[in-house]
Ligand binder design. Structure first.
Ligand SMILES: NC(=O)C1=CN([C@@H]2O[C@H](COP(=O)(O)OP(=O)(O)OC[C@H]3O[C@@H](n4cnc5c(N)ncnc54)[C@H](O)[C@@H]3O)[C@@H](O)[C@H]2O)C=CC1
Ligand SMILES: O=C(O)C(=O)COP(=O)(O)O
Length: 528
């Protein structure tokens, strides 16, 4: 199978090399097309690679009927409708590390340029004026820098500011005292930052919470003459409020790399001499562009080849330790989900997944996704995948819960999937047996030991002599070969079950004949 990938923004050719090296991947570039939009052609593609220019809307995603993954060659994903992508089961991956240094360096270059009026002085000189009076600047030395957002870029900015002997105060909901101490900075609130900073720089993503977080009210709390930087996202600082704060003299200068609407042309802030600006260049270095393109290329290859990946933004990330530990269970989990749903005839209302043994020590969310995917995709097909499975469950009013049990029936690990319908509860348990792989070890109260094979027959009957022979003869008559067979019962002479793995697809005539055997209550084919 050949996968088609569309690159819709300028992305480093060197960084895309891992994709270009794949025999089963074909890459097209939007700039090679004329008179068409991304929306016009997207249905041909399995993956789309973007930077910040392409806006990935719900409509675009809906038109991308074959899309499996969107790669953001950079950090910010505010140009992508993540909710719509999740609903449609499209994985969105970004490259969170590749442009950190470049953006921190750009922020620092902006801070120095802002402090010393370098762009304005350069412009004056280019206009033929030798003006040494208008551009008296300030030192960074001993000034207080307020950093809002101490993630990757904020932290690198802090390191550089320390080298300039600045005092640093930072606010981030995830900043601990311990980390602040390690970085040699002060952890403070937004109010502390506003009250004490000579320079304030923002490094948060643009979210509902951070949109316009710096507004008129925030500016009134700042020191007169504060200098503001935004190399993160337009809209974190409300542009109208910034303009008013410049006009009123609260803000002595602002350095902007990003704008609420880009490209920012004829913008009132750009008319102000106190404002210096660049056209969203934070990540525009050779190094950063190569790295981010390489990172998304590798993630896309992994996703298309069904291998594990790490930078999905519409799925929780898991540590490599947890991923390594749980990976061997993913197939078993999916099979258990598929088998569990086939045990019930009524609509499922609730699913409970119980993890026992060594599994109870892990964050098993990624495994639960596989189980729910197996369970839902049996009836809903390809439209369910590990990205949208929880969303799909909600759509179908199916609740699920996870329990971590202390008992594992003597097995090293145990997964039990219980489905509740109006008719009651049905459950199935499986384990990974060292040397044997995945095994089904229990259905409802019956202990068995079977590999989750392609074709299984599940027969409920009375525990009386001759049943095995009758079933064997009936299947033989219909040319159905039995590969393995397991029987189980709760007590002698009571209810019993047979679980058979068969070589060929089961046919309706065999089904009917089996159901007509005296003492057989139900025959169920389980397809995996
Ligand atoms: N100008 C440019 O070309 C570039 C801009 N960026 C932008 O820079 C921003 C930061 O990027 P990274 O540091 O790589 O991301 P990151 O995810 O490593 O850090 C973001 C930090 O913001 C914090 N945060 C979230 N909400 C907050 C709030 N309400 N108040 C304070 N902190 C909050 C988070 O806890 C996190 O620590 C993103 O918006 C990204 O899109 C990134 C690269 C290039
Ligand atoms: O990575 C980010 O968040 C950026 O803002 C960089 O954007 P760009 O890839 O240069 O369009």
């Amino acid at each position: 199978m050949t996968y088609q990938i569309l690159v819709s923004d300028p992305v480093s050719a060197e960084g895309l090399q891992p994709l270009l090296n794949q025999d089963n991947i074909q890459v097209d570039y939007m700039n090679e097309f004329t008179n068409v939009t991304v929306q016009d052609v997207i249905n041909r593609y399995d993956a789309l690679i973007v930077r910040s220019q392409t806006t990935v809307t719900k409509e675009l995603l809906e038109a991308g009927t074959n899309l499996k993954v969107i790669g953001r060659a950079g950090v910010g994903v505010d140009n992508i409708d993540l909710e719509a992508a999740t609903e449609q089961g499209i994985i969105v991956v970004n490259a969170p590390d590749g442009n950190t240094i470049s953006t921190a360096e750009h922020t620092f270059a902006m801070m120095m340029a802002l402090a010393r009026h370098i762009p304005q002085a350069y412009q004056t000189l280019m206009n033929g004026k030798w003006d040494r009076k208008s551009f008296k600047g300030v030192e960074l030395h001993r000034k207080t820098l307020g950093i809002i957002g101490m993630g990757r870029i904020g932290s690198e900015v802090a390191r550089r500011a320390k080298a300039c002997r600045m005092t640093i105060i930072a606010y981030d909901p995830f900043l601990t005292e311990e980390r602040a101490d390690k970085l040699g900075i002060t952890k403070g609130s937004l109010e502390d930052i506003y009250a004490t900073s000579d320079f304030i720089t923002v490094h948060t993503p643009l979210t509902k919470e951070t949109k316009h977080m710096i507004d008129d009210n925030a500016f009134t709390k700042m020191k007169q003459g504060v200098r503001i930087l935004n190399c993160a996202r337009g809209g974190i600082i409300e542009e109208g409020a910034l303009l008013r704060a410049i006009e009123s003299g609260i803000v002595a200068g602002a350095a902007l790399d990003v704008f609420e609407k880009e490209p920012a042309m004829d913008h009132p802030l750009l008319d102000r001499p106190e404002v210096i600006a660049t056209p969203h260049l934070g990540a525009s270095t050779e190094e950063a562009q190569t790295l981010v393109a390489q990172d998304v290329s590798e993630e896309i290859i992994a996703i298309l080849n069904g291998e594990s990946f790490k930078n999905a933004v519409n799925m929780p990330t898991i540590s490599s330790e947890v991923r390594r530990a749980l990976q061997p269970y993913y197939l078993l989990g999916e099979k258990l989900g598929e088998m569990a749903i086939q045990l019930v005839t009524e609509a499922p209302m609730k699913v409970t997944v119980t993890y026992g043994g060594e599994l109870s020590d892990f964050d098993t969310a990624s495994l639960t996704r596989r189980i729910m995917k197996g369970l839902l995709s049996y009836h809903l097909g390809d439209k369910v995948n590990i990205v949208n499975t929880f969303h799909m469950a909600k759509t179908y009013n199916l609740t699920y819960s996870v329990e971590h049990a202390t008992s594992s029936l003597g097995f090293k690990n145990l997964i039990t999937v219980t489905i509740e319908t109006q008719q009651g509860k049905r459950s199935i348990s499986g384990t990974m047996l060292a040397g044997y792989g995945p095994r089904i070890i229990k259905i409802d109260d019956y202990s068995i030991d079977m590999a989750p094979e392609d074709h299984l027959l599940y027969i409920q009957h009375n525990d009386i002599p001759g049943m095995i022979g009758l079933v064997g003869t009936t299947l033989g008559k219909h040319q159905v070969n039995i590969a393995t067979m397991q029987v189980g019962r709760k007590q002698e002479g009571g209810e019993a079950i047979m679980m058979l793995s068969i070589d060929s697809l089961f046919n309706q005539d065999a089904f009917r004949d089996l159901e007509q055997i005296n003492h057989i209550h139900s025959v169920k084919e389980i397809r995996l």
